[in-house]
Design a protein around this ligand. Structure first.
Ligand code: URA
Length: 225
């Protein structure tokens, strides 16, 4: 009664992958190819997502994939609030079936809004968020990286963050990734407000070819608060 999408859909698009996996990827809603096959992420953005998953180090056998909405919105429009609200309980039900789940990757602004009620995906991406005892990692939708390939490395980097967390190599809340000028500007603003800062710079080895040109691989900042 709440949602009419089930009348225009060809197939319900249900989760695929390993229900015992550690990582769940959540997209927006099925498109044309997903509607035909009854499986999420079968089209061009799905192909880019699988490529990014492989490059990030994630083992595809450790992943389940689904969407906020299980029926295709006509003309691939963004699902309405009501359509999302109809399906979110099913998403939550599925999440609760994943007993080994470590991190839920929210692909784009629709799952970010539907699940965490937050906007501005590009500000939130790459940072872990906790809600009701679950760990979420927002990142951009692969369709955004299809439109602008400059975003693709950020998608891979966020998936790698999910992988490192799921494999116990980093803890939720232990760091914030600074890999854009915007994020660097925000941290500089914040550093002006704290009294003490410690800086730990990580370099590559002198044998690495790029060492002369690009000596700093990363740094950790610790603030007094
Ligand atoms: N985009 C999505 O958000 N989900 C799919 O399954 C396919 C494209």
């Amino acid at each position: 009664d709440l949602c009419k999408l089930c009348h225009s859909k060809k197939n319900y698009v249900l989760p695929i992958g390993n229900i015992n996996g550690k990582i769940l990827l959540v997209g927006e809603a099925p498109g044309a190819e997903e509607d035909i096959h009854g499986k999420p992420f079968q089209g061009p953005s799905g192909k880019l997502l699988y490529k990014a998953v492989l490059e990030s180090g994630i083992n595809t056998e450790d992943v389940a994939i689904t969407n906020v909405c299980m029926c295709r919105p006509p003309n691939n429009r963004t699902p309405s609030k009501e359509e999302m609200q109809t399906c979110v309980p099913y998403l939550m039900w599925f999440i609760n079936q994943m007993l080994n789940l470590k991190v839920i990757v929210l692909l784009g602004s629709t799952p970010l809004m539907a699940v965490l009620k937050l906007q501005r995906i590009m500000d939130k991406r790459g940072s872990f968020m906790n809600k009701d005892g679950r760990t979420f990692l927002p990142t951009m939708h692969p369709a955004a990286a299809l439109r602008n390939m400059n975003l693709y490395p950020l998608l891979v980097s966020d998936l790698r963050t999910a992988f490192l967390h799921a494999s116990g190599q980093i803890e939720y809340g232990s760091y914030k990734l600074i890999d854009t000028t915007d994020a660097a500007t925000r941290i500089l603003d914040r550093l002006e407000q704290v009294e003490e800062v410690a800086l730990d710079i990580e370099t590559g080895s002198e044998n690495e070819p790029d060492f002369q040109h690009d000596p700093i691989l990363g740094c950790l900042l610790y603030t007094s608060d």
